[in-house]
Design a protein around this ligand. Structure first.
Ligand code: SAM
Length: 180
């Protein structure tokens, strides 16, 4: 059994064979983007991050791939940049590893973005969120996200959680939202 959260995210991505249009809403170093480009049939992958450092690192990792369209912009503005429906979207919340820990995702913009992403999502589409509740802003983000997820119509959305309930120190966890 894979134990690392990032491996579990990959396992979930691997279940989704019909990804044509996707969005990586927190590109960071670009590892998720690279995985999606290399392991799915994606034709267009939109990427968002608010840090130039992330853009540089991700473009270095992904290379010159015409399918990857990066925007140096907040994911809260996804509706201004993406004018088509999505089959798949991914969030890896928190801060850039090795970067400025003050520049972290915030619950207000995360929830605004998720709301817009769910509207863009095709039937059978999937959103994966990795949520870090081990730092103060992340704890608040996790709590507010949980409240938001509870408001979603269960006839429209299936929600799955992958967590480590016996691990100490508020470990990160994964939420998968599927649109029926
Ligand atoms: C944990 S890192 C992502 C790691 C990335 N998935 C990878 O594979 O390397 C979180 C990223 O979210 C970005 N971020 C924070 N707030 C954001 C926002 N409002 N819109 C877009 N990106 C944001 C940060 O700049 C940071 O690079």
């Amino acid at each position: 059994m894979a134990r690392r959260l990032t491996d579990l995210v990959k396992l979930v991505i691997d279940t989704k064979k019909d990804i044509r249009v996707a969005a990586d809403l927190t590109v960071g170093k670009g590892k998720d983007s690279k995985y999606i480009l290399e392991n799915t049939n994606v034709e267009r992958l939109y990427g968002f991050d608010i840090q130039k450092e992330a853009e540089n690192q991700a473009k270095g990792l992904v290379g010159d791939d015409p399918r990857f369209k990066f925007f140096l912009a907040s994911h809260a503005d996804i509706d201004k940049y993406i004018k088509e429906n999505l089959d798949f979207a991914i969030y890896n919340l928190g801060y850039l590893p090795g970067g400025d820990k003050e520049i972290t995702s915030k619950y207000e913009s995360t929830i605004e973005s998720l709301e817009k992403t769910l509207k863009l999502l095709n039937k059978n589409g999937m959103v994966i969120l990795t949520i870090y509740q081990g730092h103060p802003a992340g704890k608040k983000e996790s709590e507010e996200l949980e409240k938001y997820l509870e408001t979603l119509d269960q006839k429209k959305y299936e929600i799955i959680k992958i967590a480590y309930p016996t691990r100490p120190h508020n470990p990160p966890y994964i939420v998968v939202v599927e649109k029926n």
